[in-house]
Each structure stands twice: as C-alpha cells, then as structure tokens.
Design a protein around this ligand. Structure first.
Ligand code: 4NP
Length: 159
C-alpha cells in the first residue's frame, strides 16, 4: 500500500547512478543545507550495471572541486516503491523519464519531472550523459545539476 511521505523527499534518477544522479544528489544536498531545508535525498539508476559501485571517479572529482563529497553514494536501481517513498522523482534526461513513467504505479503520488523542468528557460531539456566523453563534460554536468538543484530547492522551500 502506498502512503504519502510526511516531509519532502527527492530521488534523482539517471541511467547508471554513477555520474549524473549522484552529482544531482550532492548538489541538492548542499543547496538544501544552505537553505536549512528538512528534506530527504537519494539517487538511483534505471539500469543495474553498476549496482553497489561508488560514483565514477570523474564525477567524484568534479564534485570535490566545488566542495561537495559524493564518495559515500552507492549505485542502486530505482524501484516501484520509490514512487511512494519520495515526493519528487526527478529524471536527468528524457529516456529516463520515459522509463519512470512506464514503471510508475498508477496510484503513486510522487511528482515525476525532468530536473531541468524546474529551470524556467530549460524546461524539457535533459542533462547530457558525460560517461563516454572527457572531463569537460563533467563540468557541464555539474553546471546543469547545480542550476536544477537550486531551482528545485527554491520550489520546495516555497520560494
Ligand atoms: P549516468 O551515466 O547515467 O549519468 O550514471 C552512465 C553510466 C553508465 C552507463 C550509462 C550511463 N552504462 O551504460 O554503463
């Protein structure tokens, strides 16, 4: 049986849960702490390839450059229960959003959206997958997830 969580709880979801969603989780944790928000935060992947692994070392490095430690994250796969445990299930790109809409239980209360939907002029856009590219891709990912995380935190704060 699904129940409505008491406090805001945000789950960020990408494909592998080793690059984009751990970065979004880290950026959002930092922003929520800055705003004094009482909110639960986690991340997951639609795929199972990397379950149990820490974030990609390039993702850990870019977060560390901006003062955020994501080294404690361990990859897990998203589940149907997540749609009742979290108030916001946030996809990092369109393919992830399509998967989430497919597995989402019909009666689940969670708001399901793209991360950049919360950023006015970037609604509908995905955060590009940096996994097969170079280090500069991770800088772009960090910039995208920090703007999305800040906008979502403001929205949850009621601003
Ligand atoms: P992420 O990046 O979805 O941002 O964690 C990926 C990591 C691994 C794979 C794909 C995307 N993979 O196919 O193994």
């Amino acid at each position: 049986m699904s129940s409505t969580p008491q406090k805001p709880a945000v789950l960020f979801v990408c494909l592998g849960n080793i690059c984009r969603s751990p970065l979004a989780e880290g950026a959002f944790r930092a922003e929520a702490a800055r705003l004094g928000l009482d909110v639960a935060v986690d991340s997951a992947g639609t795929g199972s390839w990397h379950v149990g692994e820490p974030p990609d070392r390039r993702a850990q490095a870019v977060a560390r450059r901006y003062g955020v430690d994501i080294g404690q994250c361990r990859a897990r796969q998203v589940t149907r229960d997540d749609f009742s445990r979290f108030t916001h299930v946030v996809a990092l790109d369109e393919s992830v959003l399509v998967t989430l809409q497919r597995i989402r239980p019909r009666d689940a209360a969670a708001e399901v959206a793209l991360l950049l939907d919360y950023v006015g002029d970037r609604a509908g856009q995905g955060v590009a997958d940096p996994y097969y590219g170079g280090d500069d891709g991770f800088e772009i990912t960090w910039a995208d997830v920090t703007s999305g995380a800040a906008a979502l935190a403001r929205r949850i704060a009621g601003g």
